[in-house]
Design a protein around this ligand. Structure first.
Ligand code: HEM
Length: 132
């Protein structure tokens, strides 16, 4: 499956400049457990990591085998025995914050992109939940 439309939407979001900041504003406000998890975070490092992780997740959905080991490592970090355990329930919140932020920031947003974004990020989320 090709998600070049989602890669392109994400590229426009990144060039618009404030995607990652707007995402975290939303995500931290969405659930107390999220704000609690990020209390001691080094934000410049985290924002760089997320920027990269989203592209990786989209490529993972395309079946790009070279990103699978990277995705597996991220899943491990968020598993119950990992450095930053993440309850599976929170992935729905993460996904909706992603889609809402893309809708707000992509200067050429069209509503069908919402489902395309969900499709492009779901395989990564499914993997994280499976590995929890
Ligand atoms: C598929 C969705 C997600 C992806 C791809 C992702 C990816 C990442 C990556 C790449 C890192 C950096 C890991 C490192 O430093 O080695 C990270 C850290 C983190 N993530 Fe996620 N994450 C996701 C969902 C979530 C969710 C739902 C939460 C909810 C609380 C969360 C909370 C955190 C926290 C607290 C950190 C560590 C921040 C710190 O160092 O203080 N993540 N994530």
């Amino acid at each position: 499956m090709s998600y070049s439309d989602v890669h392109q939407s994400y590229g426009r979001c990144r060039r618009a400049g404030n995607f990652v900041d707007r995402f975290y504003e939303r995500f931290l406000a969405a659930d107390d457990r999220v704000a609690a998890a990020f209390q001691t975070t080094n934000w410049s490092q985290q924002k760089r990591a997320l920027g990269q992780a989203v592209s990786t997740a989209i490529s993972y959905a395309e079946g790009e085998s070279f990103v699978a080991p990277t995705m597996e490592k991220m899943a491990e970090v968020h598993s119950r025995h990992g450095r930053v355990p993440v309850e599976p329930e929170l992935y729905g919140v993460w996904l909706e914050c992603m889609v809402e932020t893309a809708r707000e920031v992509d200067p050429r947003w069209e509503e069908p992109l919402a489902q395309r974004w969900r499709g492009a990020l779901s395989p990564a989320i499914d993997l994280f939940i499976e590995r929890y």
